[in-house]
Write a protein that binds this ligand. Structure first.
Ligand SMILES: Cc1cc2nc3c(=O)[nH]c(=O)nc-3n(C[C@H](O)[C@H](O)[C@H](O)COP(=O)(O)O)c2cc1C
Length: 167
């Protein structure tokens, strides 16, 4: 039977959801039954053989939805392979934090469930969607704005997932 993989994401401005959708598309291309859903809308993990978690970083922290998701599905997550990715600006602009720190946050949140694969992807920063305060902060730090998502790297990571997940 086809293995089913859930790609569960959190987002504030959509970019992580689009990365999750791209991961889901790659998995489907490989013949897996991939479903992509916002974490808060997931009602059950039953029927899934693996889970991929995607979450963005805001002001130094991965979004709290992940901890809520991990707590809600603690026992089911312990029984299936789990992988994860973090989205943020740090991969292209290290002044906004260290990649290892953010992937480490995700690993810690999921503990004692181990992540079989974890990475951080560059996200987006749209100046038009920043609040006055955020715009002030980002220009103070000279944070670059734009869409930094590397779709090739995202697809390549997704295509490696089944071997990490043991599927
Ligand atoms: C107010 C604000 C704070 C942010 N703080 C960080 C940060 O501390 N580190 C980082 O790497 N990226 C940071 N980012 C970049 C976001 O992670 C990036 O915009 C991401 O693509 C957002 O994901 P989303 O569109 O799924 O919400 C920040 C973005 C905003 C708007």
């Amino acid at each position: 039977m086809t293995s089913r993989i859930l790609v569960a994401y959190a987002t504030r401005r959509g970019s992580t959801g689009e990365i999750a959708a791209a991961v889901g598309n790659e998995l489907r291309d490989l013949g897996y039954g991939a479903e992509v859903a916002e974490m808060g809308k997931v009602v059950s993990l039953s029927g899934f053989d693996a889970v991929v978690i995607g979450v963005p970083v805001y002001t130094g922290k991965v979004l709290p939805e992940t901890a809520a998701f991990a707590a809600r599905f603690k026992s089911q997550l312990a029984g299936i392979p789990v992988a994860g990715f973090v989205t943020g600006i740090a991969p292209v602009y290290p002044k906004t934090g260290e990649v290892g720190e953010f992937t480490g946050q995700l690993v810690k949140i999921l503990e004692p469930v181990p992540l079989v694969a974890v990475t951080m992807f560059a996200g987006t920063l749209d100046p038009a969607r920043l609040s006055f305060l955020e715009r002030g902060m980002t220009s103070l730090l000279n944070v670059p704005t734009g869409d930094f998502r590397d779709w090739k790297a995202i697809a390549a990571w997704a295509r490696e997932l089944p071997s990490h997940l043991g599927l």
